[in-house]
Design a binder for this molecule. Structure first.
Ligand code: GP9
Ligand code: MN
Length: 688
């Protein structure tokens, strides 16, 4: 039988009061501080160092004194510090000194790294000589800045305290083993409580960002530098562990897979753009739903609509991203591989060999580059863009970013394009042929900087004639105030920026002999209820139409998935193709399709040239779902939606399921085991 413990709630405050009185009377705090001065100095100096690092690195963010990272630092330091009590008093200094040096080292390395890369250090990258090279040189050139040395104050203070304690005979005080053990335990419990308090303050965004590791500033701001660095080391080990076992089997499956695969045939589009320059746009969160849509007679995307009409417009095109969002889109677009099943290719597998559009064009004498006015280390682009074969990455460091020209995450698209044109002009002067990818930023969730976009109303305006014959304009709020409504405003801005860009390109002769390519990188993760409002708006009630209403359009989870499609456009000013391709197509089909036009081929592409495979194409999603012209198949539920109203036999589903599974496995193996790296294969053969 359980015995219930009666707790007299009134007594608790009294007990605490009494305890506090005792603490004060007996000077327990003073006594504790005196007796644990080494431990406390270690905690305080290391927390100060970490805070100082945030102050020096992210001074633009006002909250470097935020409580969350301080709490995290103190918690982790308390846990490490607790073990100091296991040592005899006379040996304790050595332990704390070693820890102090270790944590100071973390701060110093990050401080130096941040000066050169405006981001925090990653163990996986520091282990690469190519990183140590430039940083090493830079350190020598600048002879370490004073701020990098300030962190040494921590160890110095600890040494001073140690000397004082020595003089005061502190180290000769009695120190029984039992007490030491108890003190360790108590301190560990205190550390544990701090960790729990810290964990409770975390939001779901904090947790997902922590897991994905792509926005390092954010993690340091929330978790402090120490937890960031431990998490980073663990994340850096993961790809190594994943690729430790199973190489031979993976290589065998890979060989069999590509032996069976038919080579792409040539078609009427083969080499049509051979030797032409390519300017490609990675359009952030651009969904097809915004195209060919208007509010009160004003198009959301007049410029995109125009080039879609004039060029080749792939209107059933899907992004195939996983947790790596933007970076996954770039990966699949450039390599025709799928995102990895754990971690992200850009962050965890940047040091693999990739056969990608930039590397293939480079072989044909092109100058290849990417442009993105954000931090170069976001999504680890600085390194991964090299692996993909870009000669140069023009990142934030090469743009003038000021408060006035910032929207949402960073430099506004209009300003980004404007500044990019001057870079493009120089590139054109220097290079005969070039290929560049420009990654936009403004149209990024949460689309809340509405006042900074160009004015655009997402209402319904109607002119009604009253009984007396006079007219009146009535405005229904419709999508105003919804996230989807704000999204359309944001896309309208992004489209205007694109329109200006095209004009400036033309004015500078940069559209001559050039192919213009654009893809939406992934959907904007908009709420389902907003789509329901878009399709089922009832003006009379300013709510939704009744489900029984004949005009009511069902918008279920399948409709949601299908509406995640993004535009893909190939356009050139030289020829009007005026071609809409409606067969389903995935991001992994870009390299085979566009590559065929440019005269490059990737033998290991997992997608197809859409002009060869046509209506038989299949789009495989990273979660195992897939889409054909006939059905959208949900592999988690084992259910599907028929798109042409016809029933589907099981054989069709089984065959496509197998195809999808094999494709996802092969893709993952290629990246994890670095299977495109021939030299690695040779090494493995010798080793086996
Ligand atoms: C970051 C930008 C946005 O530089 O590309 O990335 P996302 O949040 O879309 O993955
Ligand atoms: Mn994106």
């Amino acid at each position: 039988m359980k015995r219930k413990m009666k707790v007299d709630m009134k007594k608790i405050p009294k007990n605490i009061k009494n305890y506090w009185k005792r603490v004060k009377k007996e000077h327990l705090i003073k006594e504790y501080c005196k007796d644990n001065i080494l431990f406390l100095t270690f905690i305080i100096t290391c927390t100060l160092n970490s805070t100082m690092l945030r102050f020096f690195t992210m001074h633009t963010m006002e909250n470097y004194l935020a409580i969350k990272p301080i709490l995290a630092d103190v918690a982790i330091l308390t846990i490490f510090g607790a073990f100091g009590y296991l040592f005899k008093r006379k040996n304790r200094f050595a332990y704390y000194m070693a820890l102090e040096i270790f944590f100071t080292f973390i701060c110093m390395v990050n401080s130096i790294y941040y000066t050169f890369y405006t981001s925090f250090a990653s163990a996986s990258m520091l282990s690469l000589t190519q990183f140590i090279g430039p940083v090493g040189d830079a350190v020598v050139e600048n002879v370490l800045q004073l701020k990098d040395l300030l962190y040494l104050i921590g160890p110095i203070i600890l040494i001073v305290i140690h000397i004082i304690l020595k003089k005061k005979q502190y180290y000769y005080k009695a120190d029984p083993k039992k007490e030491r053990k108890q003190q360790t335990l108590k301190t560990l419990i205190a550390g544990g409580i701090l960790i729990v308090i810290f964990t409770v303050t975390l939001t779901s965004l904090d947790i997902t960002r922590f897991a994905k590791q792509w926005n390092r500033e954010y993690i340091v701001m929330r978790f402090g530098i120490y937890i960031y660095q431990f998490n980073d080391v663990v994340a850096s080990l993961q790809p190594k562990i994943n690729s430790m076992f199973g190489y031979d089997k993976a290589k065998k499956n890979f060989n069999e897979y590509f032996e069976k695969r038919e080579e792409e045939k040539t078609n009427e589009y083969s080499n049509i753009f051979e030797g032409k320059n390519v300017i490609a746009i990675h359009a952030e969160s651009l969904q097809t739903i915004a195209l060919n849509r208007e509010f009160n007679g004003v198009e959301v995307t007049p410029n995109l609509n125009r080039i879609a009409k004039e060029g080749m417009y792939f209107s059933n095109f899907y992004s195939q991203v996983s947790v790596g969002t933007s970076s996954d889109a770039e990966l699949t677009y450039n390599t025709s591989l799928m995102p990895t099943q754990s971690g992200t290719a850009f962050v965890s597998y940047f040091d693999r060999k990739y056969v990608a559009t930039p590397s293939l064009l480079k072989e044909k004498g092109y100058y290849t580059f990417s442009m993105h006015a954000n931090n170069a280390d976001f999504w680890n682009r600085r390194t991964m863009h090299q692996s993909l074969g870009y000669d140069k990455f023009y990142s934030k460091e090469t743009y003038k970013v000021e408060k006035e020209n910032t929207i949402g995450l960073g430099l506004s698209d209009k300003e980004f394009f404007k500044q990019s044109v001057s870079k493009l002009k120089k590139i054109k002067e220097k290079h005969e042929k070039y290929y560049g990818l420009l990654i936009t930023l403004t149209n990024h969730t949460p689309f809340s900087d509405v006042e900074k976009y160009d004015p655009y109303e997402v209402t319904i305006k109607e002119t009604i004639t009253k009984e007396d014959g006079t007219t009146e304009e009535v405005v229904y709020p419709y999508m105003e105030g919804t996230k989807l409504g704000n999204y359309f405003k944001s896309v309208h801005y992004a489209d205007a920026a694109l329109g200006q860009f095209l004009e400036e390109l033309e004015a500078n002769g940069l559209l001559d002999n050039t192919v213009f390519v654009l893809y939406g990188d992934h959907d904007a993760r908009l709420p389902k209820k907003d789509y329901q409002r878009l399709f089922n708006y009832d003006k009379e009630t300013n709510g939704l139409l009744d489900k029984e209403d004949p005009a009511y359009k069902e918008f279920d989870s399948y409709q949601y998935e299908l509406n995640r499609k993004v535009p893909f456009i190939i356009w050139t000013k030289d020829k009007k193709y005026e071609k809409e391709i409606t067969n389903v197509m995935g991001m992994y089909d870009v390299l085979p399709t566009l590559g065929n036009m440019l005269g490059i081929k990737n033998k290991y592409a997992l997608g197809h040239d859409i002009f060869n495979i046509k209506e038989n194409n299949i789009v495989v999603f990273p979660n195992g779902n897939w889409l054909t012209n006939k059905i959208y198949y949900n592999s988690q539920k084992g259910e599907y939606l028929s798109l042409d109203g016809e029933a589907i036999n099981e054989e069709y589903i089984n065959e496509k399921n197998k195809y999808s599974e094999d494709l996802l496995n092969i893709s993952d193996n290629i990246i994890v085991f670095d299977l495109l790296n021939e030299s690695k294969f040779e090494n493995n053969k010798e080793g086996s």
